[in-house]
Write a protein that binds this ligand. Sequence first.
Ligand code: FES
Length: 126
Amino acid sequence: MPAHRSKPPRLRREYELVNVCFITAEGDKIPVEAEAGTPLLQLAQGVGMPLEGTCEGQMACSTCHVIIARDWFGKLAPASCDEEDMLDLAAGVTQTSRLSCQIELTDALDGIVIQIPGEFNDMQIG
Ligand code: FES
């Protein structure tokens, strides 16, 4: 009689993937996925979105400015006062603008839609 074998443990994924859809300034939709925990700016740059991120997340440039789709904006943690101050200096700001260097992708953001603005201000340059 064969020895009783218990079911193998169900393999858990080591990380969750978060689906993100970038919409370029020209209106093209670019669907991508990333591991939860990935900074949005890093993902955007990795797939060729034209976000300079000049200050590398120090909230001193606003070249990482993106526009969050209205349905998704409320699912993000609120912007800090420093982020709000820097957004005031960004070009083409809307009510759902954020600095992508301040957004970390989580499972709750699976499916988020991000518009890439058509104009940028770099506050580190004149
Ligand atoms: Fe400079 Fe985000 S990279 S403010």
